[in-house]
Design a protein around this ligand. Sequence first.
Ligand code: GDP
Ligand code: ZN
Length: 304
Amino acid sequence: MADTVSSVASGMVVALQANYLEVELDAAPDGCPVRLLCTRRTRLSHRGEAVYVGDRVCVEAIDPGQGRAVVADVEPRHSFLIRPPVANVSLVAVVLAVEQPSFDPDQASRFLLTAERTGLEVILLLTKTDLISAAALESLVARLQGWGYDPLVLSSEAGTGIDALRQRLAGAQLSVLCGPSGVGKSSLLNQLRPDLQLRTAAVSGRLQRGRHTTRHVELFPLGLSARVADTPGFNRPDLPDDPQELGVLFPELRQQLDPWPCRFRDCLHRGEPGCGVSSDWERYALYKAALIELSGLSRPFRGG
Ligand code: GDP
Ligand code: ZN
């Protein structure tokens, strides 16, 4: 019985398992499972082409009965996140809790700077907002707005903001959630996709490992084309070598340069003549400390 379909199909790599790639097809041929377990053509390996989660691929030699196929080609990536390795991410969502664990501004900045280093769009998600008063929440939101972010206010417990989050993520093909452990990332995913709960229960061992190591990243489909990856936290920012590239990691500094660029192109915003950046912002001290770290004098970022 000829079981192998000779046609080719396109899809996205949604998980890596040992030597196999799990590929979700954009449109599956009749009677074929949407997710296929794939090996890769040897010529791909010969060309030294690695394949990552998030990669758009072309598969062939589809065996619908076994749910198997072979990855024949990888499309060029438009972005690549190194840690964890995920291709084609368009949005990085930094997840921080208001309580349990309490909001820690230094840790928050470590995550945000690392997220900004990707050069991708960054949004900030504030979770567990059911745990603090409306007044405390309002003041934290105002503080984060001063950092140049407009945080999405969320509570998985109360169901607050979940629809807004779903809409925000639906606008991006592939989003990554990152943040310290325990801030409620998995709970958010479960709210976004209640059916994931079943899956989580069914393969909990694998998912648990997946969440806490950098080797296993799995993408969760959120709708037609949106997907989200729950990634292990990156707590230690990888600051740029060039001090000139530091400022762009602070949105509140970027915003000041917009209307009034500095007189000198190589301005580091430390009171140089004609500088368009004021010193009146909360994270200015952090910015200056990071500049000093770049010149090798001290290490304010010791996050682990
Ligand atoms: P993760 O490590 O970031 O994936 O965090 P989890 O989703 O596993 O959540 C950690 C703990 O926080 C769990 O005990 C959750 O029940 C709790 N939690 C998650 N979201 C909320 C929330 O919105 N409100 C409250 N009060 N607790 C939450
Ligand atoms: Zn300046």
